[in-house]
Design a protein around this ligand. Structure first.
Ligand SMILES: [Fe+2]
Ligand SMILES: [Fe+2]
Ligand SMILES: [Fe+2]
Length: 405
């Protein structure tokens, strides 16, 4: 597998994180855009600009649930905000690629007056800048029924009010200067913001990361999505381990097994858009709730296939609810169109989910899992040859899938 563009990969994480807004997408991207424009006006060094940009895109990585997202976007000064800053910082601290961003994330709801004087200057400044742009976006959310252009001056007035209290004076002054033109606000409309991001990918195309580090990014994404509900804790890790094990048993080469492992980690990232009350509902879903749920694997596909080099990973990951009968979703692929790699992840997804409790049923024991797999083979949903491999090697498959969080 070739090396992957780092900016595209961070955009992938940001696409996933932004889904937690459900119908109000691109929060992280708007914050990153506003930070970048303000930082340019302040004359930040290129390396500080890059750290700020990535930190701003990922600043809400500690938010997996729609309920927490609603609090932090609807309440300008929510008292419970620090918890997601600490969680996000903790997650990034564990990844060598992003460890240096953790201090910025932990500060993104700290008022300037409350920042410890011992914090290095650039960390304090960047953290406070993310905080300011994040609150500007919260103010924009509050008036989202009107065009932002019509309310930009009232937002700018409110920001000036927090100068020296929540946000450092130089940050507020720079923001007020860069946000004077209409173009500043118009560029935050989705189509223009996407263009802005695409231009950054082009500018940063020489920045590549190794496949080893890619795994760490995928693990981070898996951890964030699995945290949405305690029922799904470690689900993606289990799917990934089971898939890699089965791929090896099916005779795939190491590089393909490795890509299947990554696809397993990323298969459910689109679930970030499913509201908590649907994921946790202790009964069967209504038709409209199920319709929302059905969108998640398509969302995974849309995010993954944008990354150059991820074409196979996107297909294998996103087809985990397709069936041999052609009745699966979201593409209704026919049997001939479903490659073995996708079939492996589909079985892994079913197997792993059966080993876990769900809000509407208890965890299944090994006998019930075997029964369930055989039933799905009879229904022409999953691949019989792969299921035979699983049954020959059941204990090892169970150990791979049934990870405790
Ligand atoms: Fe935020
Ligand atoms: Fe799924
Ligand atoms: Fe899944």
């Amino acid at each position: 597998m070739n090396e992957i563009n780092l900016t595209q990969l961070v955009h992938m994480l940001s696409d996933m994180l932004d889904l937690v807004g459900v119908d109000d997408l691109q929060h992280g991207k708007r914050v990153a855009y506003m930070c970048l424009e303000t930082a340019h006006a302040l004359g930040f060094e290129p390396s500080d600009v890059e750290n700020l940009y990535f930190a701003a895109l990922l600043h809400d990585c500690g938010v997996s649930t729609t309920s927490i997202h609603e609090h932090i976007i609807k309440e300008i000064n929510w008292t419970g905000a620090q918890e997601h800053c600490e969680r996000g910082s903790f997650l990034l601290e564990a990844q060598p690629l992003f460890r240096h961003l953790a201090p910025l994330i932990s500060l993104h709801h700290t008022h300037s007056q409350e920042i410890d004087p011992g914090v290095p200057e650039m960390v304090a400044l960047s953290g406070n800048l993310i905080h300011m742009c994040d609150r500007v976006d919260a103010l924009m959310h509050q008036v989202s029924i009107k065009p932002w252009l019509a309310v930009r001056n009232s937002i700018r007035d409110r920001l000036a009010h927090f100068q020296d209290i929540w946000f450092r004076r130089e940050l507020v002054e720079a923001f007020l200067s860069v946000s004077r033109p209409e173009s500043f606000w118009l560029r935050m409309q989705p189509q223009h913001l996407n263009q802005y991001m695409a231009e950054r990918e082009l500018a940063d195309r020489h920045q590549l990361i190794s496949t080893g580090r890619l795994r760490h990014v995928a693990e981070l994404a898996a951890e964030i999505v699995d945290t949405k509900s305690h029922f799904t804790a470690s689900h993606s890790q289990g799917v990934s381990r089971f898939s890699a094990h089965l791929a090896e048993r099916a005779g795939f080469e190491t590089d393909v097994c490795w890509q299947i492992e990554i696809a397993g980690l990323l298969h459910d990232i689109g679930k970030m858009r499913v509201p908590d009350n649907i994921l946790e509902k202790p009964a069967s879903l209504s038709f409209s709730e199920r319709s929302v749920m059905l969108g998640h694997s398509f969302e995974s596909y849309q995010i993954l296939h944008h990354v150059q080099g991820f074409e196979s990973i996107a297909r294998w990951g996103a087809c985990h609810h397709e069936t041999l009968s052609g009745d699966g979703y979201p593409f209704h692929l026919a049997e001939a169109e479903l490659d073995t790699e996708s079939r492996i992840i589909a079985i892994a997804d079913i197997f792993q989910a059966l080993t876990q409790q769900r809000p509407y049923r208890p965890a299944k024991d090994p006998t019930s899992v075997i029964h369930s797999l055989k039933y799905r083979v009879e229904q022409h949903q999953i691949d019989p040859d792969l299921v035979s491999l699983v049954l020959q090697d059941f204990d090892a498959c169970w150990d791979a899938a049934a990870i405790q969080s």
